[in-house]
Design a protein around this ligand. Structure first.
Ligand SMILES: *Cc1c(COP(=O)(O)O)cnc(C)c1O
Length: 361
């Protein structure tokens, strides 16, 4: 059976390690978007709150609704709110990122219709990532008109595009300078200024002096920090393993899997594992890319990954059906497996489908 085990002791280790690198006054926003990076937001969110996270963040409104429905009552920031979900955000007291002048107008109109005032919101500034956010002149506009809006501005933030890249980095430095200029202006227009925040996980490791009032931690909670030396300070909380369903022998010249994705160049033992691309194991694996661990030895994934199953080469490994195969754990990391397919731990983990059962340890 395939299982994704989540180790809450490691989650605690990661949270306290990151907290230990911050000033005692710096707040932590725990990022649980995309179902806590594919691992399972229900269990992990409650744990993160009990560890002392000050608030949670999701990408989209309906992710926040799911958290409210399981009883999460702390502030939940919606990083990427959409026009069609403004009512949902208000109905569930989620806190939007205000990312454009148009969106601010639309949100304010909805609030006025519902007779809401002082609604908690966050201002997202674009300082060079050019993804989502207000430009510096749009921030000025907002500040000039802020009294007319029914918002309580809880925080102002921006997002670095290359926080893990070695310092000095002129792109990141420019982003920081732009954000600090915005910060100064905002501070001048409020008697009680909002919180300011800029750093994600790798930002905390690389630019701790810019931690400001709060940091937004996602991948670090789950055990990765985008550079091997920082990864070593954290512990991957998830391990994905399964059992070998069947082992069979193929003769030299026989093929394995759809479209004869792999041809045996000698007599070989092939193991079948009950997970496939429907579970989030990409078809970029296979044909020699990627491997799993059986009784301490690496078994390459062979042939094309199927929807529900994949095949591994066990020729050199002493094993029997029902032995366990590890895709990743704290030793053989998700990052290492992801890199074999040319991707990153974030993509591998968030792709893991709900069909894989999660177990909390
Ligand atoms: C996802 C996200 C984060 C978290 O980033 P990590 O690298 O996972 O720590 C922080 N801020 C924003 C705006 C995000 O979208």
């Amino acid at each position: 059976m395939t299982q994704l085990n989540l180790d809450l002791k490691k989650l605690t280790h990661n949270f306290t390690t990151i907290k230990g690198r911050l000033k005692t006054t710096t707040k932590i926003m725990a990022v649980v978007k995309a179902d806590a990076y594919g691992l399972g937001a229900t269990a992990l969110s409650k744990q993160l709150i009990s560890l002392g996270a000050d608030c949670l963040a999701v990408a989209y409104a309906h992710e926040g609704v799911s958290l409210r429905k399981i009883g999460v009552d702390c502030p939940i920031i919606v990083f990427y709110p959409q026009y069609e979900r403004i009512d949902t955000i208000i109905d569930y007291t989620l806190e939007p990122s205000l990312f454009s002048s148009d969106f601010i107008e639309a949100f304010a109109t909805a609030l006025k219709q519902k007779k809401c005032v002082n609604y908690p919101a966050h201002l997202k500034c674009n300082t060079g990532l050019n993804r989502i956010g207000l430009s510096a002149p749009e921030v000025d506009d907002f500040l000039a008109k802020k009294e007319a809006f029914p918002f309580t501005l809880k925080s102002v933030y921006s997002h670095l595009g290359a926080s893990e890249d070695p310092r000095p980095n002129t792109f990141t430095q420019k982003q920081i300078t732009s954000f600090l200029a915005i910060k100064e202006k905002v501070e001048k227009t409020f008697s009680v200024p909002p919180l300011f925040h800029l750093l994600n996980t790798s930002g905390v490791f690389n630019y701790p002096e810019y931690q400001l009032d709060m940091v937004r931690i996602g991948i670090g909670l789950y055990g990765f920090a985008n550079q091997i030396e920082w990864d070593h300070l954290l512990q991957p909380i998830a391990s994905l393993s399964t059992t070998i369903v069947q082992i069979h022998s193929v003769q030299k010249g026989e093929s394995v899997g759809y479209n004869q994705g792999w041809i045996a160049h000698k007599e070989s033992r092939i193991g079948v594992l009950p997970l496939g691309h429907a579970d989030g194991i990409s078809r970029k694996f296979g044909k020699g890319v990627g491997g799993v661990w059986v009784n301490g030895k690496r078994a390459p994934i062979v042939g094309n990954v199927c929807m529900d199953m994949l095949m591994i080469d066990l020729t050199e490994i002493d094993c029997v059906p029902l032995d366990r195969a590890v895709l990743f754990d704290h030793l053989h990391t998700a990052r290492a497996l992801a890199e074999q397919a040319g991707t990153i731990s974030y993509e591998l983990m968030t792709a893991l489908s709900p069909r894989i059962q999660r177990f909390i340890e």
